[in-house]
Design a protein around this ligand. Structure first.
Ligand code: NDP
Length: 486
């Protein structure tokens, strides 16, 4: 890629500037931590901004602000909280173009996709919580007991870089709607969009301390939030390894934890499926956001009689994943988020080939722009279901394809994973597809291309996590249950 051309691309007009403050107690405030985090554009490999690296003193201040705000915020009538969230929705909607362009720059998501997914989806989620927050509390009776849900308290939210605003919104909107207050630590790779959110929070006039932002390294700020005695619940999205560490920290003080972790989801294509649709949809799903999607269907399982036919369709679809500048209209695949992520993904491709996979598309030698953390859309066939590339979350544009001989075997291969986040089943017979879907040990399954539902519970079985986000289930995650006997 021509660096000068990319850096001055006409789409790159978003004003991106250094941020020097944290949002604590309802105002922008100087950090106690003296470090800074440099934010890179993974397309140009240039530093585009700096944000503060907060420290444990900043976490203490933010938690104290959230604790002080909890009483009044939780005591508001649901309709009053909904009105605040509605104002936040308006303030964030006004920034939607900046959100999309900022994520296109700090993460590299193609602008067209960023507009829909990185900016649009968080607004959809926030809208759903405006409506849920405004509904009366869900109380019910059991015999002589009145069962009520009460907000859990101060929530520490720690989020990753792959869908930076969506991952934040799934936690922050649910927690605020439930009556909790929040301390957020966003990912170091993509902190800029969090600043846009907090600009909107300031404009919406949320009461002081209800939502607080502390940027900084996970090992310092994230750990301090997870271990803080006044954080009542930690809600984390990211890698399984860090999720386990956070669980340990929270366990020491019996704090509640919600974890959204990795995935290695199976796309099961039965022999009576609409093959072109199933394969093309599967390829697009696997490569969305350069494969940096926890729910990505990264294992395509195909009934053997249609296996070679499916590989041909997959190869053609992968070849259509045009790499390039996220601001070019024709770009389907942006760079990976960082140089480290690119090297990790290339290592997995090499491992897969060394383990005997057949290269169908992409690979290590496929042409990529000469600057930026790019990896070509790669399809590996004949992959052993127990091998590394079939078992580990690669988090890059790498799809593995595995044949099977019966529905029974497809279910066994799909469930042969330490993860259980998502999946798909395709069949001309919906009852047959549903029967397979019900046997998959995952938190969600899409049958014949069923659309994403932002009101449906989202979360994983096994090492994909604990708890659910989005919709009513997501709100309930932030409630304690109380029984009052009469
Ligand atoms: P991490 O799990 O390391 O990061 C997620 C968040 O946790 C970030 O905010 C990070 O901060 C923070 N964090 C890191 N270490 C700690 C700690 N010790 N205590 C508390 N918080 C911490 O993910 P990575 O960004 O390193 O990605 C690595 C792999 O994780 C990916 O390749 C992918 O496989 C998986 N992943 C899965 C995601 C999912 O949605 N399921 C999302 C992102 C990654 P900081 O940014 O400062 O490191």
């Amino acid at each position: 890629m021509d660096l000068a051309a990319a850096a001055t691309h006409p789409g790159r007009t978003t004003p991106i500037a250094d941020r020097t403050q944290l949002f604590i107690g309802g105002r922008w405030t100087a950090p106690h931590g003296t470090g800074v985090i440099a934010v890179e554009d993974p397309t140009t490999e240039q530093v585009i901004a700096h944000v503060p690296a907060g420290d444990t003193v900043d976490v203490d201040r933010a938690v104290a602000a959230a604790k002080a705000a909890f009483g009044p915020w939780s005591a508001l009538a649901p309709a009053e909280r909904a009105a605040f969230l509605d104002r936040l929705h308006a303030a964030l909607s006004a920034r939607a173009e900046d959100v999309a362009a900022t994520v296109a720059r700090e993460l590299g998501t193609p602008l067209r996709i960023a507009t829909k997914v990185q900016a649009g989806l968080p607004l959809t989620v926030l809208r759903s919580y405006v409506e849920l927050a405004g509904q009366p509390e869900s109380t019910h009776t059991v015999g002589n007991s009145l069962i009520v849900g009460e907000p859990v308290g101060v929530v520490g939210a720690i989020t990753p870089w792959n869908y930076p605003l969506h991952q934040i919104m799934a936690k922050v909107a649910g927690a605020l709607a439930a009556g909790c207050t929040v301390v957020l630590k966003p990912a170091d790779l993509t902190p800029l969009v969090a600043y846009l959110l907090f600009d909107a929070i300031e404009e919406a006039g949320l009461p002081a301390g209800v939502a607080n932002l502390v940027t900084g390294p996970g090992s310092v700020v994230g750990s301090a939030i997870a271990a803080h005695p006044d954080v009542d619940m930690v809600s984390f999205t990211g890698s399984t390894a860090v999720g386990a560490r956070i669980s340990h920290l929270a366990a020491d003080r019996i704090a509640r934890v919600a974890l959204e972790l990795g995935g290695k989801s199976a796309n099961v294509i039965l022999e009576d499926a609409d093959l072109p649709r199933a394969v093309k949809t599967g390829v697009a799903n696997a490569f969305l956001n350069s494969g940096q999607t926890c729910t990505a269907w990264t294992r395509m399982l195909v009934h053997r009689p249609r296996y070679e036919e499916a590989l041909a369709i997959a190869a053609e679809a992968a070849a259509g994943q045009t790499l390039g500048d996220p601001f070019d209209r024709g770009t389907r695949l942006g760079p990976l988020a960082s140089a480290a992520q690119r090297e990790t993904v290339r290592g997995y491709i090499a491992q897969g080939l060394a383990d005997g996979a057949r290269l169908i598309a992409g690979g290590l030698d496929a042409p990529v722009p000469d600057r930026g953390h790019f990896v070509a859309a790669t399809v590996l066939a004949d992959v052993d279901p127990d091998s590394t590339v079939a078992q580990e979350e690669i988090f890059g544009p790498v799809l593995v394809v595995i044949p099977f001989d019966s529905d029974e075997e497809a279910v066994a291969i799909a469930n042969n994973s330490r993860y259980g986040l998502a999946g798909a089943v395709w069949s001309g017979d919906e009852d047959r597809a549903l029967a397979v879907a019900r046997r998959l040990r995952t938190g969600a399954v899409d049958v014949n291309g069923g659309a994403f539902n932002p009101l449906a519970p989202f979360g994983g079985f096994k090492q994909s996590g604990i708890g659910r986000e989005l919709g009513r289930h997501g709100l309930d995650e932030f409630l304690e249950t109380k029984a009052i006997q009469r």
